[in-house]
Design a protein around this ligand. Structure first.
Ligand SMILES: Nc1ncnc2c1ncn2[C@@H]1O[C@H](COP(=O)(O)OP(=O)(O)OP(=O)(O)O)[C@@H](O)[C@H]1O
Length: 781
């Protein structure tokens, strides 16, 4: 996110230092630095002025007087025909009418049931009415944009955002010539070093009608496939692009997960969650067995009547090495059955080269390859409707993963078979459990990360000194609120991963939690190269010459001042290496300006032996506070640790529930279901699956009742505002009243008399009420 500083540059350079008071110049001494250096370094960073998001687009249809969505107008049916469809399928019409009425919606429909139309039709209609664009965020875009684009109706102009877009393509997007813009979550929010800066800024884009989040279950930590950058999606869409209406699409979400996603999408009414079907399609026949000789059992299964006659089969394994071994085994043991040896079975996993993966996938797509033995990397976005069999060589980590994986078979509605091998010794269960434990983070590690993210700054000291001066002059007291307006910081990814012994994704998740905390402890920016190295091949003298040039490159002056302050001798150096983010922060400059200035040194140091400026060390880059007290630091650690533990508990629950269920319907040996399948076991497993998806877990129930409570709180806030329509309130003021907190402007003597509101919601999270109240105040205006 581009940030504009209130003051573009506020470093006191020597020319200005004579005006600075003596007391401001002299904090405690750290080295034998020049007093000017201290002036250079002791500044409080100003607060940021974030560019305002554009106003949200008006919906196509207004809600009726009763607050409900209108009857579907004829023009919506006409648009459906123009896109090539005769009638709506279950769930589509409600979802489409909600989006056209500006209401955020979550659609949970199993694979192949027609979720895409829920965004295509509104996008088409919005684009026809006004010059607007619909954003579709999908993890598949980065994998296969051609396939994604070719799946759209011809009259829906679409483009994919990626880093090697041509100028012409970018211009087409900016000038509103496309109505659907597909992009990956990383391209929207950054992260993992990819995608930054791909999306034109909000000011350059046409108004965004709404945003569709595909695979929306990734938003929820309750899902089987939680991805940290999804957590930030909704926030970025709202705050940066001014998008108010969000559509979430998913095929696999339990009711608890659906409610959690709804919370992220800000869906406040029950109708907003179109939970239609998450169960297994009727054309799939399911079986489970607990064989001791799994390899042999697999070969027998694939030779038997059920699978032997099937052409397209995916065998899923957990480990990459296993896919290679099993595919070799099948090539050997299935020789001469249905396909020539070459096309019998191949392995597929993320460790193969891109061209190898493409080759395997293409052969499978065109029907030349019978069996793909793969990790879960295979199948996402696979556009093959006649996959006839899915075999799980290992147990999947949850019911959600299982349903998603078997959902790749029989999308054409014809019968398809699925079999799962459950380790009788529980080996898979133990391995999956180990994976879960490997991902969790202990309190001590959390603490080490927190210390890296919130290193103490000098803002408090400087502020105190400044206030002391003012006090001397005016005799006033200084305020006790937070004085640090956050600093820009970078922590190198590789170094942090090694030091803390957690994955990059793990660190990113913790940083996301901190950003999403109501106190917004950090603000994540696109990862950046944070180390700058300046090498002067002309030796120390050349560096001295550069030093004199600090008028054209103030960052170097700051680096040298810092070195002198630390007691280092700068005269003998011919190289400087420093954290460029820290320098930019000290100066209060935008990082891009500092980097540009440093790069220019290579050109502005005159002829002769060269100066080289290099940037390295890809780093997490963020803004964070530097004045957290010990208590606050402890609370932050506790908050993060609780989140990590909840996540662990959820995953363990998902794992053990699915293991127990699979076991309850498992055959002792695959020989019982090689040729025929006992219908009752398949039906029993489907029943267990739908119970799991429909059942609310304890927290799911809590979330459901939270939605009810939210509605109640909103209703009370609206009634409060209408009773006092001649007064002005902020979200915080309303929250104080509902919590029964007296304040000078809204004292208990006046507001405490009205018992309908005063202290009514004392048991609810204060920040949550501020959020609801702020939304209602905006609506009320
Ligand atoms: N109302 C409709 N009438 C007829 N066909 C439809 C309708 N809606 C969607 N379809 C067709 O159903 C097929 C599956 O639709 P779509 O790809 O949108 O499913 P999906 O739910 O998004 O599946 P997945 O979860 O695999 O992405 C497509 O061929 C689509 O053209």
């Amino acid at each position: 996110m581009e940030c504009v500083l209130k003051f573009r540059c506020f470093v006191f350079f020597p020319a200005a230092s004579s005006n600075v008071k003596e007391e401001q110049q002299c904090p405690e001494k750290e080295g034998d630095g020049d007093p000017k250096d201290e002036v250079l370094l002791n500044v409080i960073r100003p607060d940021y002025e974030r560019p305002a998001a554009p106003p949200p687009m008006e919906p196509l249809y207004q809600l009726g007087e009763d607050g409900k969505v209108q009857e579907t107008p004829a023009e919506v049916h006409a648009a459906l025909k123009e896109l090539g469809y005769g009638s709506f399928r279950a769930g589509q019409e409600e979802a489409i009418m909600r989006i056209l009425s500006g209401l955020s919606t979550l659609v949970v429909l199993s694979t192949g049931m027609g979720k895409s139309l829920c965004y295509q039709l509104p996008a088409y209609m919005y684009a026809q009415r006004s010059q607007s664009i619909t954003l579709v965020i999908s993890p598949l875009v980065s994998l296969m944009d051609d396939q994604v684009l070719s799946g759209l109706p011809g009259n829906l102009k679409a483009a994919c955002i990626h880093s090697n877009m041509t100028m012409k393509q970018r211009e087409a997007v900016k000038s509103g010539q496309v109505c659907v813009l597909l992009l990956s979550p990383e391209a929207l929010v950054g992260g993992g070093g990819s995608g930054s800066g791909c999306l034109p800024s909000a000011q350059e884009l046409p108004p965004v009608a709404f945003a569709c989040i595909d695979e929306a279950h990734c938003v929820s930590e309750w899902s089987h496939n939680f991805r940290p950058c999804y957590l930030r999606l909704c926030k970025v869409l709202r705050e940066r692009l001014g998008v108010k209406c969000l559509l979430g699409l998913t095929a696999t979400a339990t009711l608890s997960t659906a409610l959690d996603i709804a919370r992220h999408l800000d869906i406040t009414d029950r109708e907003g969650i179109a939970v239609r079907s998450a169960a297994v399609p009727p054309n799939l026949c399911l079986s489970v067995s607990m064989d001791r000789e799994k390899d042999q059992a697999l070969v027998s299964l694939l030779k038997g009547d059920r699978f032997g006659c099937l052409d397209s089969i995916i065998v899923y394994c957990t480990r990459r090495e296993e896919t290679t071994r099993v595919s070799a085994l099948l090539r050997t043991c299935l020789q001469g059955i249905r396909k020539p040896l070459k096309w019998q079975a191949e392995s597929y996993h993320a460790g193969l080269s891109a061209s190898e993966r493409r080759r395997v996938q293409n052969n499978f797509m065109c029907g030349e390859l019978r069996i793909v033995v793969a990790t879960v990397a295979f199948g996402m976005g696979l556009d093959k409707s006649d996959v006839r069999g899915i075999v799980h060589y290992n147990m999947p980590k949850s019911f959600e993963s299982y349903v998603q994986e078997i959902g790749r078979a029989g999308r054409d509605g014809e019968p398809a078979h699925c079999h799962l091998f459950l380790d009788p010794e529980g080996g898979d269960l133990h391995e999956l459990r180990r994976h879960i434990y490997a991902d969790t983070v202990d309190y001590y590690t959390v603490k080490k990360l927190v210390q890296k993210v919130f290193p103490p700054c000098k803002c408090k000291q400087i502020h105190k000194r400044q206030q002391a001066l003012v006090r001397e002059e005016e005799g006033s007291d200084w305020p006790s609120e937070r004085v640090c307006h956050t600093h820009e910081r970078a922590i190198p990814i590789d170094e942090t991963v090694e030091a803390l012994d957690i994955t990059e994704e793990g660190v990113e998740t913790l940083l996301c939690y901190l950003e999403l905390h109501p106190q917004r402890f950090v603000e994540l920016l696109h990862p950046t190269l944070s180390v700058c190295k300046i090498s002067c091949y002309g030796g120390p003298k050349q560096l001295q010459r550069i030093t004199k040039l600090y008028e054209i490159c103030p960052p170097v002056a700051v680096v040298l001042a810092r070195m002198r302050m630390a007691g280092e001798r700068v005269e003998s150096c011919d190289q400087l290496e420093f954290d460029v983010v820290e320098v930019a922060d000290t100066m209060g400059w935008q990082l891009s300006l500092v980097k540009r200035g440093l790069r220019q040194l290579q050109w502005s140091t005159g002829k002769g032996v060269g100066v080289q400026v290099e940037f390295s060390s890809i780093s997490f880059y963020f803004r964070s506070y530097g004045d957290l007290g010990d208590d606050e630091m402890d609370k932050v650690c506790q908050f993060l640790h609780n989140r990590v533990q909840n996540q662990e508990r959820t995953q363990l629950y998902q794992l053990s529930t699915s293991f127990k269920a699979f076991k309850s319907v498992a055959y002792h040996s695959v020989s019982s279901c090689i040729d025929d399948l006992e219908e009752s076991r398949s039906v029993e497993l489907k029943k267990l699956l739908s119970e799991y998806f429909e059942k609310r877990r304890e927290r799911g129930q809590a979330l459901a009742s939270l939605l009810d409570w939210e509605n109640q709180i909103r209703a009370d806030i609206r009634s409060f505002l209408s009773h006092r329509s001649d007064e002005k309130f902020s979200g915080r003021a309303v929250a104080r009243i509902l919590h029964g907190i007296s304040s000078p402007c809204f004292p208990a003597q006046v507001y405490g008399r009205d018992r309908r509101y005063w202290r009514k919601y004392i048991q609810f999270d204060f920040n949550q009420i501020i959020r609801l109240a702020t939304q209602e105040i905006i609506r009320f205006k």
